[in-house]
Design a protein around this ligand. Structure first.
Ligand SMILES: [Fe+2]
Length: 321
């Protein structure tokens, strides 16, 4: 694949171009770990409403607090290597599944809550539809990936809402340091004017182009494990910029905390069956997360290696978590 960013129109899955489109999706999952979706079925009116309310919420409830953080961060940055431990972002997190925390978020008004609830329901449907398209490309039965994420309480699903305000010293501090995502599949509604998201491909940072009303999708570490490395969880970062306030609404469709994650047996090649070193580990998702939170901004490979040595817990040991 050449170094252009894969853009997939979901409309084409219905017609004569289905085969070609599925092939584009397969190629993106294998070689890029990222793709951008158009005609995904989420109404543009809803997306516009979510964007308007999110930007208004930042100005009303977050901006002042961020300014206080920012002046401290810049001071620290001048004295030490701030790039190692600071992200130039203002965030809050909404959890939808297994149970919603939306009513506990203090500074959201009813209109914003309602719009985010509706948007999250659409994103959840889209995530599950995508998982089944991935199953089809992988030769797994329909529903396999959703089931793999289920655990005892179903998948974990949440949305991280971030703003990346203008930064006077972008050479000093990143918007968000480079990392791979820990979970399953991530669906991002990003600002269509202020770019900054980049992914690492063949040793080079490529821009994820802002595209109005698109949804950017990337695959997390768990899909790399389940596909035994066929699909890739890829390093990405957000650059801080001197101009523009970037909005990012990232929804994470992840395994439940007690889901047991392991490579799908049908995806283990004959070689891998012989060589244990080529088989990805089996573990409980929350054990992976405990490791991830300490090593998020490091390469994924040592995390996978560490999990191979981690004893898998029995279902009795998993209760209650
Ligand atoms: Fe990420």
């Amino acid at each position: 694949m050449e170094n252009s960013f894969p853009v997939i129109s979901m409309e084409k899955l219905k017609g004569e171009e289905r085969g070609e489109t599925m092939e584009l999706l397969r190629d993106a999952c294998e070689n890029c770990g990222f793709f951008e979706l158009l005609n995904h079925g989420i109404s543009h009116e809803l997306m516009d409403e979510v964007e308007r309310l999110t930007k208004g919420h930042y100005r009303q409830c977050k901006e002042q607090r961020f300014k206080e953080f920012a002046s401290k961060a810049l001071e620290e940055g001048k004295q030490s290597d701030a790039a190692n431990n600071i992200d130039w972002e203002s965030t809050f997190f909404l959890r939808h599944l297994p149970e919603s925390n939306m009513s506990e978020i203090p500074d959201m008004d009813d209109q914003y809550r309602k719009a985010m609830k509706e948007f999250a329901a659409e994103i959840e449907k889209l995530a599950e539809r995508l998982l089944d398209l991935l199953c089809e490309n992988l030769g797994l039965e329909k529903g396999y990936l959703k089931k793999a994420f289920c655990g005892s309480k179903g998948p974990t699903f949440g949305t991280k809402i971030s703003s990346y305000p203008p930064c006077p010293r972008p050479e000093l501090i990143k918007g968000l340091r480079a990392h791979t995502d820990a979970g399953g599949i991530i669906l991002l509604f990003q600002d269509d004017r202020v770019s900054g998201l980049q992914l690492l491909k063949d040793g080079q940072w490529l821009d994820v182009p802002p595209l109005r009303h698109s949804i950017v999708v990337n695959l997390g570490d768990q899909l790399e494990v389940i596909t035994n490395g066929k699909y890739k969880s890829v390093m990405h970062r957000v650059l801080a910029r001197t101009d523009g306030n970037r909005m990012s609404i990232a929804s994470f469709y992840n395994p439940g905390s007690d889901a047991v994650i392991f490579p799908a047996p049908s995806l283990l090649g004959k070689e891998a069956e012989k060589k244990k070193s080529e088989v990805y580990p089996k573990f409980v998702f929350e054990d992976y997360m405990k490791l991830y939170v300490r090593h998020k901004f490091q390469a994924k490979e040592p995390r996978f290696e560490a999990m191979k040595a981690f004893p898998i817990r029995t279902s009795q040991e998993l209760e209650p978590v």
